[in-house]
Design a protein around this ligand. Structure first.
Ligand code: A2P
Length: 276
């Protein structure tokens, strides 16, 4: 089975660098998909209250027979619950059927709502009470991080953001690293689009690996935490096997050269969907 490297977060907690994301996996399919991911060897599962599939993740973990302390679970606070984070956290714990969440994130800053500092203060209490082993944020831009760092005590362990070869967020990544905030990449394959880049397909061919392994190998080489998703066990295996591949400096640089600054998902400065 693949050996996934652990990264150490700023509070000493370790996280498997490559995990399995369940964004857009329908609740009805989630238990099967997560059971398959655990069977294939993933030990880090990333979900969110807003995905509506925490219960499926919890059911898979319970059915898998894998000891709870061998699985790293991330979930996230919904946008509409920034003012009620304590209750939202309890609901996530119940849905997942676990006592402790390994990493609890604010899903989006929703600056128009103006409540992310309040949410963070509640999360600091959850962390202080050992409900979560680490707390962090997602989709935070530099000014959101600056506000949090100025007005609160616990430095986020992680900022999970859209990040892939054609959208690398170099300035934001540098700011995170300056504050010892680990960078976690969502949509690490650019929702599949970055797999078709000529530099990626050429490297895949010359190395005898797949385009997804080139892109995930680039993330691992850059030190990103990465959470690819696939509903297909063969692709789950292929993605996990990236941990056996090390790209050289020139190879990493060739993929870094693909940055176009083009975001695929929603701009966090504008995202205001509170139904999530
Ligand atoms: P599928 O679930 O049908 O396997 P991202 O993580 O950047 O959002 O990309 C996810 C998309 O990439 C999904 O559509 C997924 O499709 C696809 N995908 C995941 N792993 C691979 C892979 N190894 N090769 C090709 N496509 C993949």
């Amino acid at each position: 089975m693949a050996r996934v490297p652990n990264l150490t977060l700023n509070n000493g907690v370790t996280i498997p660098q490559l995990g399995f994301g369940v964004f857009q996996v329908p609740q009805a399919e989630t238990q099967r998909v997560v059971e398959e991911a655990l069977e294939v060897g993933y030990r880090h599962i990333d979900t969110a209250a807003a995905y509506g599939n925490e219960a499926g993740v919890g059911a898979a973990i319970a059915a898998s027979g894998v000891p709870r302390d061998e699985i790293f679970i991330t979930t996230k606070l919904r946008n509409g619950e920034h003012g009620t984070a304590t209750e939202a956290f309890e609901a996530s714990r119940r849905a997942l059927g676990v006592e402790v969440i390994d990493l609890y994130l604010i899903h989006w800053p929703v600056p128009s709502q103006g409540l992310f500092v309040e949410a963070w203060l509640a999360m600091e209490k959850i962390y202080g009470a050992d409900g979560a082993r680490a707390i962090g944020v997602s989709n935070f831009l530099g000014d959101h991080l600056d506000t949090l760092l100025a007005e609160t005590t616990v430095v986020p362990a992680v900022n999970q953001v859209e990040l892939h070869p054609t959208f690398q967020q170099a300035a934001l990544s540098a700011e995170c690293r300056d504050h010892a905030i680990a960078v976690e990449a969502y949509s690490p394959l650019g929702r599949g689009a970055d797999l078709d880049a000529a530099a990626v397909t050429a490297m895949a061919q010359s190395r005898g690996i797949t385009p997804a392994q080139v892109v995930l190998g680039w993330h691992l080489g850059r030190g990103n935490i990465v959470i690819p998703k696939s509903t297909h066990p063969d692709r789950m295996r292929e993605n996990l096997a990236t941990t056996e591949i090390t790209l050289g400096r020139d190879e990493l640089d060739a993929i870094t050269g693909l940055d176009s600054g083009a975001r695929i998902g929603t701009d966090p400065a504008k995202a205001a969907f509170t139904q999530m």
